[in-house]
Design a protein around this ligand. Structure first.
Ligand code: SF4
Length: 150
């Protein structure tokens, strides 16, 4: 599906990927709550080596938290050169059909979010169900058409 929403304002070279890994310098901006959804922080927190090492002691940090980091565009395998856009958010949105609510969840990275810039409120409406580890599983399964994650 081709995105139909107009691109949101945002300076391309300062956009953040909202599905980043836990590594020093990344921005922690959400926690996975008891319902398995994201609770967004009021302000992002820059994580350091101590946090990353502690987080690695349990389940993968990406299953428990959401991180953001600099979108490196064509340095990332999810980038589409043809569309000059992140292909990941489009693929994820195609599989999720939550309607856009008037009130968006409070999100501390919205002004710099790559996904919001590309897909606007549609991305935000689905975003609290996206967990990086789950997303990887979903995409792996969907790639061969054998299984879809609900
Ligand atoms: S898609 Fe929306 S809710 Fe998700 S990280 Fe980006 S701005 Fe925040």
């Amino acid at each position: 599906m081709t995105p139909t929403e107009p691109r949101q304002p945002g300076k391309e070279d300062s956009l953040l990927c909202p599905s980043y890994i836990a590594k020093p310098g990344a921005q922690l901006f959400g926690l996975v709550n008891a319902e398995g959804r994201i609770s967004y922080l009021r302000q992002p927190i820059t994580i350091d080596t101590t946090f990353v090492e502690a987080a690695r002691a349990g389940r993968p940090a990406e299953e428990r938290f959401r991180f953001a980091g600099k979108c490196i565009q064509n340095g990332c395998h999810q980038w589409s050169d043809a569309r000059q856009a992140c292909a990941l958010v489009d693929r994820l949105m195609e599989q999720r059909e939550k309607t856009v609510e008037a009130a968006l969840p409070e999100c501390p990275i919205r002004s710099r979010c790559r996904w919001f810039r590309q897909r606007g409120k549609t991305a935000c409406a689905q975003c609290d169900e996206v967990i990086r580890h789950t997303e990887s599983t979903f995409l792996d399964r969907h790639a061969d058409g054998s299984e879809r994650l609900q």
